[in-house]
Write a protein that binds this ligand. Structure first.
Ligand code: UD1
Length: 339
């Protein structure tokens, strides 16, 4: 049985990926510092899969602890690296925190992987690397644009660090997965997204508004050059996204990769406007959502959705769940959390 390290494995995407890994028979060890998650997530994972992953509370910024961890688990075959900070606004205020959390930790892990006879590495990247792409849908060949925030910059630099390392460490193979907008929750409602404080992302804001935690949703701008004037994104169900990680890892472990460092877009290929997301929510929940149109949010791009050809053809992966599926699962999860 292959032993896989999942950093940030108690977080939103991490926990869903641990479930899919365990369902496929992998042995999972989680590292998490609980800065944006809870140990209770382990119970949810156990309830779904019948297995409790190994868990070590560890802060990856502590280099000596990372070394110790890899000495203890010297049979690790692969790492899926989620642990990172992800709030765009906070990253502007606290750039050094972001460079330490997202870059130093990556370097420490790669240094340990270099010592192993063979290692497969999956990196959480983001469609944010494309900025406002000149052509839609966005292919992996679209140019990487100047980062708009330190957070975005950590994803770009992270990709470069991995690519440079793969060039000179023949035992290391890596894939960077560029996520579009992950939403939803596991259909069991055992795990889901747990935003701390006021959510910045659209879908948790919608479900919290419907639950009565927020007065109304502010729709940021309806004067964009899009069919209904609101911004367009590619919303992908977190379970589809989690499954892509397992497929990407399998590709590396089986040696099916075409080069030692590859990138893939993970999206549905379909763009949805903010108002289409609101409509989807109203359809699946049977509830009317209170919202008002306000001014544009600084830094928002107009439209982004993935060209999924490379992921479909090379990875052999495709999304199976719809926007309605995702919105219903997010709503069921919100109701469970507040009950
Ligand atoms: C944001 C981040 C991006 C990050 C991603 C993670 C910014 C500028 N970008 O992307 O770097 O990778 O989250 O999921 O923060 N919206 C509203 N009202 C709200 C919240 C959002 O109208 O209260 C709109 C936004 O204007 C946008 C869409 O909903 O058009 C999606 O917003 P969001 O969920 O924040 O995702 P992104 O902006 O795509």
């Amino acid at each position: 049985m292959n032993k896989i390290l999942v950093t940030g494995g108690l977080g939103f995407i991490g926990s869903h990926t641990v479930v899919e890994l365990q369902n496929e028979g992998y042995q999972v060890v989680i590292i998490d510092n609980l800065s944006n998650s809870s140990e209770k997530v382990l119970d949810g994972i156990t309830a779904i899969t019948g297995k409790t992953p190994l868990f070590e509370k560890l802060d990856l910024r502590e280099k000596a602890d990372v070394e110790k961890f890899f000495k203890k688990h010297n049979d690790i075959k692969g790492v899926i690296h989620f642990a990172a900070s992800k709030a765009v606004g906070e990253s502007v205020q606290e750039p050094l925190l972001y460079y330490e959390n997202n870059i130093s930790t990556l370097v420490y892990i790669l240094k340990e992987l270099k010592k192993l006879p063979a290692a497969s590495f999956i990196f959480s990247s983001s469609c944010t690397v494309y900025g406002q792409a000149d052509e839609l849908p966005i292919t992996e060949n679209a140019p990487v644009k100047m980062a708009e925030s330190p957070y975005g910059n950590t994803k770009q630099i992270g990709e470069e660090i991995i690519a440079d390392t793969c060039k000179v460490v023949p035992s290391l193979k890596a894939i960077a997965l560029r996520y579009f907008n992950p939403i939803g929750a596991h259909e069991s409602t055992e795990i889901g997204e747990l935003p701390i404080g006021v959510p910045q992302n659209l879908v948790p804001f919608i479900t919290q508004t419907a639950m009565g935690l927020r007065d109304e949703l502010s729709v940021f701008g309806d004067d964009y050059p899009t069919p209904d004037g609101t911004c367009i994104r590619d919303y992908i169900h977190v379970v589809d996204l989690a499954k892509a990680h397992v497929v990407a890892l399998g590709r590396l472990l089986k040696g099916e990769n075409k080069s030692s460092y590859e990138t893939f877009n993970l999206g549905t290929g379909k763009g949805s406007s903010v108002l289409e997301v609101v409509n989807s929510f109203e359809r699946v929940s049977g509830k009317k959502l209170k919202y008002k149109i306000v001014g544009r949010r600084e830094g928002d791009i107009i439209s982004a959705y993935a060209d999924t050809t490379k992921a479909n053809d090379d990875l052999g992966w495709k999304t199976q769940l719809s926007l309605d599926n995702a919105m219903l699962s997010a709503w069921n999860w919100e109701q469970k959390v507040r009950s």
